[in-house]
Design a binder for this molecule. Structure first.
Ligand code: ASP
Length: 415
């Protein structure tokens, strides 16, 4: 009976059903049954996503305030902050190097030419934004009216406000005890609601997966198959070998134990392609299954969901080399260094929502003078690539919090 099966198993069954139904629908074409099923799946999938988004803003806000406020000792705060940043930048840098390496070794795009895609790129207008403008816009977006940011769900700005308030609570000490308790309780309440929403996860994820599979264009996937395989293979290499190895080196934690605790979040990230929508589940897994102390998890995970994107960084590096090859351009070392930094900046600036990596992709291409209309080739296959890269983005946040806990968590128990 359903209530006897664990949630994890239910989620796996849901995904299998969604996948099978999606594949079955692919052959159905435009029949009424196929359209009705897709319509139903869309409603159910959106309901699940909307429920997650409903708790997202109060959860991110309260988690970070509580996380920072609990890192009371000044020394601990400093160590947590620097370790977190070192982990984020270090792993994103590694991901970019793996993306470059894979593109050099497997040479996707060889034998193809940009002119072959003339039809696809003809009507494409890239939304161009020069690098200085992008940086200026990014910086301006960081600090906003808190009410506007909260109302519009602008996660990066909410993270900044929460960081400031958390620090003010630390500095103010006992004087603000009541407010701190209130925000702590708000966070607990949000996590309780997430627990309820999770009961819908097997159905919501099945519906989202069905849509994803049923709407793929098989012919297009086949023509760019080599590139897709290289990107997915190298992203998996980073997620299944490199990140777990780093985890093991620093914490001696078995990757199997990690994946077991993390799977709810990883599956949700894969299916929703959104680190932000997955965030409530990522936090739940990090605290409840991976047993990271609240103060560390509350700080690292929400920050990581917007800043730390290994999968996105890897993808942008590999895709830039792919496009260069299509256009018949050999990129020198200097151009590759520029791509390295711009891909990292793009991954940091990208909010955790589906296909947003595509926007910073334009920036990466432009930074080294590659044709931006080539994005038109990447766009139709992006939904499929976004799955694995978002799962690896989210995995990085969970591994980061385990490592930060080990290196900088100190002995002080969470308040
Ligand atoms: N979808 C990714 C995420 O939410 C971002 C991207 O498009 O690369 O993590």
């Amino acid at each position: 009976m359903a209530h006897k099966i664990s949630l994890n198993t239910q989620i796996l069954i849901g995904c299998a059903v969604g996948l099978a139904a999606g594949l079955a629908l692919q052959g159905q074409g435009q029949t009424a049954l196929a359209q009705d099923t897709l319509y139903g799946a869309k409603m159910l999938g959106n309901l699940f996503l909307d429920l997650l988004r409903m708790v997202l803003v109060p959860l991110v806000f309260s988690s970070i305030v509580v996380g920072v406020a609990n890192l009371r000792a000044h020394d601990q705060m400093h160590r947590v902050w620097t370790t977190t940043m070192a982990f984020f930048f270090g792993t994103m840098g590694l991901a970019i190097i793996i993306g470059f390496g894979a593109a050099h070794i497997f040479r996707p795009g060889e034998g193809l030419h940009l002119e072959m895609f003339a039809e696809a790129t003809k009507n494409y207008q890239a939304r161009q934004m020069p690098l200085p403008d992008y940086i200026a816009q990014f910086l301006r977006g960081l600090f906003q009216n808190p009410f506007k940011a909260l109302a519009q769900g602008d996660i990066l700005a909410i993270v900044m406000i929460a960081l400031f308030l958390g620090i003010a609570l630390v500095v103010g000490g006992e004087r603000y005890r009541n407010l701190r308790t209130l925000i702590e309780e708000l966070q607990e309440l949000c996590l309780r609601v997430v627990g309820w929403i999770m009961h819908l996860a097997p159905f919501g994820l099945a519906a989202l997966l069905l849509q994803l599979v049923a709407t793929q264009n098989a012919a297009l996937l086949a023509s760019l198959g080599h590139f897709i395989l290289v990107v997915i293979g190298s992203t998996l290499f980073h997620g299944v070998i490199v990140l777990p190895l780093i985890l093991w080196l620093f914490t001696r934690k078995s990757p199997l134990v990690f994946f077991k605790g993390a799977r709810e979040a990883l599956v949700t990230a894969f299916v929703t392609s959104s680190s932000a929508a997955t965030l409530p589940i990522t936090l739940r897994c990090t605290e409840q299954h991976l047993h990271v102390k609240k103060d560390i998890a509350n700080f690292v995970v929400p920050l990581g969901a917007t800043v730390n994107m290994d999968g996105t960084a890897l993808y942008e590096a590999a895709a830039a080399l792919f496009i260069a090859r299509l256009a018949g351009i050999e990129l020198d070392i200097a151009s590759q260094l520029i791509i390295f930094f711009v891909a990292m900046l793009g991954a940091i600036g990208a909010p955790g929502i589906p296909s947003v990596g595509m926007l910073s992709m334009v920036l990466v291409l432009e930074s080294v003078g590659l044709p931006t209309e080539a994005i038109a080739i990447l766009l139709p296959i992006d939904r499929i690539l976004d799955t694995v890269r978002t799962a690896v983005n989210v995995e990085g946040d969970m591994i980061g919090s385990l490592i930060v806990q080990k290196l900088a968590g100190g002995t002080k128990p969470a308040a």
